[in-house]
Write a protein that binds this ligand. Structure first.
Ligand code: SF4
Ligand code: SF4
Length: 472
């Protein structure tokens, strides 16, 4: 039985409810009256149910689709302005005992070198990341209780936070590791992680079991209920996502929203972020062997429909996607992007040739962080290295109240500009710095509260004089 409050995976991600939702969405794909009612509800910016949102995703009326895109763009502007938060993944170890068929790190792949970074090697990676200008990392490791036990992850987090190289510092470590116990989540929380990220890969239970034939990840229930345990362990900010291409995208979209509804209903706060990776080629992985690939138009529609359905949830896109694809979805709802990523273990300090086999997936966007910052600013975006909320304890529902209070422009905007200023001073090329300084001069005037604006201007001047780490 479908029940968003239930602690059981098969109740809150209920297969029959998803099928009924898809049938309802199909039946109403050209129902202009219903679609208009849903769009009107979405305009209130309080989100949509999975059924309502699925109708918009299925909608085939061109004029209504244009309205959906326009609304997604408007909601993006209202909630996130022109800021884009930057981060980079850091791979600690590619040892893994799981059998995920879409990932080259699966246990049976004997062709890739298995690498686990020592604490010294992690320091080198972190210095390389700091020297690019990164402040926010997403830590990645395969599941392997012998090679990558939780103690190793905890020690690595400590190491990452401890590295202070020149003006560099990592201020927020998000963690993407396998589903674990409440006790382990509590330890991660105590280690000071930001968001706990775990992709569902697919919400379709039968497909999930086939795609994960061996290893602990095979257990759909354990995996799907992980976010509940993470929240019970005190982690307020969780990041969900699916790997588009494994199953039918409309099934996954309904599942994603049902997961968000469940977290809100059962745990009191929805997901902090949603990631939208698409399956990519890698060693031993051929994306054409999966039948559910989605084209760029569909991908854009999914991003727009997520933006409308869960306005308070950040949307993340990685360097799996090309520059042009990223450009298209940025204004439809994406609020965080990775930049200058390496998806191989040790890839920052010792970059591999582009044709190396040890990346977790093929990257489409291989530009440097300076190039990405430059590109974003040229399009009128503010690249933000802000980590303020987590460090001010504004997580979970406290973060949501910040969003809902309309104070974002008095908080995120000056924080974005101050962290961008740090980046420009410490890491940018002369041309990037030049256009960045112009952007800051323009954008600082948009901070609505005079007092906040004045403090931010003083802080910007102090950063210019060598001080660092201001925040609201
Ligand atoms: Fe291991 Fe994760 Fe790759 Fe699966 S997706 S094989 S759990 S590293
Ligand atoms: Fe994110 Fe908080 Fe910084 Fe705004 S102030 S960008 S919500 S961390």
């Amino acid at each position: 039985m479908y029940d968003p409050k239930s602690p059981h995976a098969e109740d809150f991600i209920n297969h029959d409810e998803i099928l009924a939702t898809l049938a309802y969405a199909d039946a109403n794909a050209t129902n202009a009256e219903l679609i208009d009612t849903i769009i009107t509800k979405a305009e209130l910016r309080k989100g949509l149910s999975h059924r309502e949102a699925s109708v918009l995703l299925a909608c085939t009326l061109e004029d209504r689709n244009q309205k959906i895109y326009a609304l997604a763009e408007q909601i993006k502007k209202d909630f996130y302005g022109n800021r884009i938060v930057m981060f980079a993944p850091l791979y600690l170890s590619n040892y893994c005992i799981n059998g995920c068929v879409y990932c080259p790190y699966h246990l049976k792949n004997k062709r890739i070198p298995r690498i686990k970074l020592s604490q010294d090697e992690i320091r080198r990676e972190v210095i390389a990341l700091q020297d690019m200008g990164h402040k926010r990392l997403a830590l990645e490791a395969g599941e392997d209780p012998v090679n990558n036990p939780l103690e190793y992850i905890l020690e690595s987090i400590k190491t990452i936070y401890s590295v202070k190289h020149k003006n560099g510092v990592i201020r927020r470590v998000n963690v993407n590791i396998a589903a674990t116990t409440v006790d382990d989540y509590r330890k991660l929380k105590d280690a000071g992680i930001g968001t706990y990220i775990l992709f569902q890969e697919t919400y379709h239970k039968d497909s999930y079991e086939k795609l994960h034939p061996t290893g602990p990840k095979h257990d759909y229930k354990w995996h799907t209920e992980a976010m509940d345990r993470a929240m019970q362990g005190g982690i307020d900010d969780v990041g969900i996502g699916v790997l588009f291409g494994l199953e039918r995208y409309r099934y996954e979209y309904a599942g994603l929203l049902m997961h968000a509804e469940h977290l809100e209903a059962a745990m009191g706060v929805g997901p902090h972020t949603i990631s939208v990776p698409r399956i990519k080629a890698a060693d031993d992985v051929d994306p054409s062997s999966f039948d559910n690939g989605i084209n760029e138009d569909t991908f854009a529609k999914i991003v727009a429909c997520i933006r409308i359905a869960v306005p308070y949830t950040g949307i993340i896109i990685s360097t799996r996607e090309s520059q042009s694809c990223r450009e298209r979805v940025l204004h439809l709802g994406v609020s965080q992007i990775s930049g200058a990523s390496r998806t191989s273990v040790g890839g920052y300090a010792d970059p591999e040739p582009d044709d190396a086999k040890s990346e977790q997936f093929e990257l489409s966007d291989r530009r440097t962080l300076d190039e990405i910052v430059h590109w974003l600013m040229n399009m009128g975006y503010i690249p933000s290295f802000c980590t303020a909320c987590y460090r001010e304890g504004r997580t979970g529902d406290r973060f949501m109240s910040l969003c809902k209070s309309g104070q974002i422009l008095n908080c995120c905007h000056p924080n974005a500009l101050m962290t961008l200023k740090e980046y420009l001073m410490d890491y940018a090329s002369p041309e990037t710095r030049r256009i960045g300084e112009e952007l800051i001069a323009r954008e600082i005037e948009k901070v609505p509260r005079e007092k906040v604006r004045d403090i931010a201007k003083r802080n910007l001047a102090a950063i210019n004089d060598g001080q660092r780490d201001f925040r609201f």
